[in-house]
Design a protein around this ligand. Structure first.
Ligand code: FAD
Ligand code: FES
Length: 257
């Protein structure tokens, strides 16, 4: 584990925060890091910023670990392991990215890389309501076709991000779909991509302990999400019986989505 120095802590919405830290080295969009606040457990977090000298994580406060992370102050020390896992492999000229909630955290660097590589990018950014929309300003600064969607219609189009994406995909022209968000949303995106003959890459989450491929906690369909994932080709995910249906809690209890 490496010690990193926290440089910025930013509140993005009521429950979502970004912590930036000064970790040097390259990272691929979609990779994650294990983050450790002294006194707590290690937590896997997708990297929402992947600059050479500065990385970041954008997360929802859901328990003690994420609460401790949100309370860090610039100058504090943060334990880091990573970047880990497989990120997005961007292919083709015309890309559609579908993000649900904090899913935009790991997708944003992939979108930025695709745009800087001259790809045409459509982003469908979904949230429950206007107050929970993340990275709208960050994406508006890029030359992307940005479509906002909220479940309650308080910002952008009313409906799930996948509903809005379906209308765009039906018109054709996309070479690849990238997706990150709640697993039922990913399952729908992967099925849609299959139906329309588009390659899809989806970032999935499973409970992680080591993050290094050693403990087996993150197993999904014979793969270790921390090593072979978290980004998988959608076609491979659709062949895994648990994908979109159930996951294991830290206790080993099966939880249905
Ligand atoms: C590859 C990967 C990338 C992730 N990226 C992000 C991200 O970018 N933004 C974000 O908000 N969240 C992300 N998560 C989820 C994040 O790891 C959990 O929200 C966090 O660990 C919760 O810790 P806690 O102590 O606050 O909550 P706890 O009270 O410990 O748990 C609350 C819930 O968080 C989940 N969780 C807890 N510990 C883990 C763990 N070790 N591994 C996986 N899930 C866990 C469980 O669903 C649990 O029910 C990611 C998870 C994985 C596996
Ligand atoms: S978290 Fe231990 S094998 Fe993936």
């Amino acid at each position: 584990m490496k010690a990193a120095r926290v440089t910025d802590v930013l509140q993005e919405s009521e429950h979502v925060w970004t912590v930036r830290f000064d970790l040097e080295g390259s990272a691929l969009p979609g990779q994650f890091a294990m983050l450790w606040v002294p006194g707590g457990e290690e937590m896997p977090m997708g990297l929402s910023y992947i600059d050479w000298g500065s990385k970041g994580a954008t997360f929802k406060v859901v328990g003690d670990g994420t609460m401790a992370l949100s309370k860090l102050k610039p100058g504090a020390c943060l334990g880091t392991k990573g970047p880990l896992g497989r990120g997005y492999a961007i292919k083709g000229a015309d890309i559609i990215a579908i993000a649900g909630g904090t899913g935009i955290a790991s997708l944003a660097p992939a979108i930025e890389l695709a745009v800087s590589g001259g790809k045409r990018v459509t982003v469908v950014l979904g949230a429950k309501s206007a107050g929970e929309m993340l990275f709208e300003k960050r994406l508006k600064r890029l030359s992307v076709n940005l479509q906002l969607a909220t479940d309650d219609g308080s910002l952008g189009k009313k409906g799930f991000a996948t509903d809005i994406a379906q209308r765009l995909v039906e018109k054709g022209g996309y070479d690849q779909m990238l997706a990150c968000g709640p697993e039922p949303m990913l399952a729908r995106a992967a099925r849609m991509a299959e139906e329309f003959g588009i390659e899809s890459q989806c970032s999935v989450e499973r409970h992680m302990k080591c993050g290094l491929g050693l403990c087996g906690a993150c197993a999904l369909g014979g793969a270790r999400v921390c090593v072979e994932g978290p980004v998988f080709v959608g076609k491979a995910l659709l062949s895994m019986p648990d994908f979109g249906k159930r996951r294991l809690a830290p206790s080993g209890k099966v939880i249905s989505f």
